[in-house]
Design a protein. Structure first.
Length: 293
């Protein structure tokens, strides 16, 4: 069902965790956060939509390890998470699943949205791949083992119209502009495993708040946190931001495992857009004259 402006606020949770190279251990963490004993679990907090970070189900320590584990969306790994959603009567955003790719040496980095009946409602294959030499850290070459997606995804939900993205997409504002102005999204999902270096340089929060402000959307950014293995460490700091750019939820500890909760009020989205009607003022769908010197 599509959310309406007059609907009551929807309670959502944003997860922070430290995934490792063990599918069962990561599932146990996700399951505990979703449905374990109160007050640790999201259901007891009234959460109806829980958002997990990129590579929630597996982070390997060796090149190509995740490709060997990659499965289709109807495979046993994702089916466990579908069952978890159904048992918890909760929607799950699973950002960055290793989906089996077009050949044996490649996977897709896929953001999967599951509804509260355990059905895969939508999926988005990460478009922008992280091929970066991080200063003072290490070289990342995501395209060695990952095939980029080519489809922008927006989907209706009880929590608003959702725009699905993954991590490095955050640095490409045109994607979020399209989600907002061509696909009318109200909530942007940015599951991530941001590097410690680029997160610490304040890019993480600034970019997320910028995307919220310029699209007038809620932003939910679930983050990997801490040391996954000897080679890889993530910045953490899972946050939820309102359409005015204010951080409305975050974990008190940037590296802990847990979740933060916020109520999404879609009437606030409409109020911000009414007060500052940028959708009426923007000109970039028009033909522009260009001049180079």
């Amino acid at each position: 069902a599509s959310a309406t402006t007059g609907a009551s606020p929807a309670r959502v949770g944003v997860v922070q965790m430290t995934s490792v190279g063990d599918v069962d251990a990561n599932y146990a963490t996700c399951s505990r956060l979703t449905k374990a004993s109160p007050p640790l679990e999201a259901a007891a907090s009234g959460v109806k939509f829980l958002c997990f970070p990129e590579v929630f189900s597996f982070i390997g320590s060796k090149d190509g390890e995740s490709v060997k584990l990659a499965e289709p969306l109807d495979g046993p790994i994702m089916q466990r998470y579908c069952s978890l959603a159904k048992e918890s009567s909760m929607w799950l955003s699973l950002g960055g699943f290793q989906e089996k790719g077009p050949d044996d040496s490649h996977q897709y980095n896929t953001h999967v949205l599951i509804d509260d009946t355990g059905k895969v409602r939508s999926s988005y294959r990460k478009i922008h791949l992280f091929d970066v030499d991080v200063p003072g850290n290490m070289v990342y070459k995501e395209s060695r083992f990952t095939t980029a997606g080519d489809t922008i995804v927006a989907v209706d939900s009880p929590f608003g119209r959702l725009g699905l993205t993954v991590c490095y997409d955050l640095r490409f504002p045109e994607l979020y502009q399209i989600l907002r102005f061509k696909h009318q999204t109200q909530v942007l999902l940015v599951p991530s495993a941001f590097t410690k270096i680029t997160g610490r340089q304040a890019h993480w929060e600034i970019l997320l708040r910028a995307r919220a402000i310029e699209t007038q959307c809620y932003v939910i950014a679930a983050a990997q946190a801490g040391k996954h293995n000897e080679k890889r460490e993530s910045y953490g700091d899972s946050i939820i931001i309102d359409p005015w750019g204010t951080v409305i939820a975050r974990l008190p500890d940037r590296l802990s495992t847990g979740f933060a909760v916020a109520d999404l009020d879609l009437s606030k989205v409409e109020a911000v857009r009414t007060r500052m009607p940028i959708s009426e003022h923007r000109k970039f769908d028009s033909d522009w004259k260009s001049m180079t010197l």
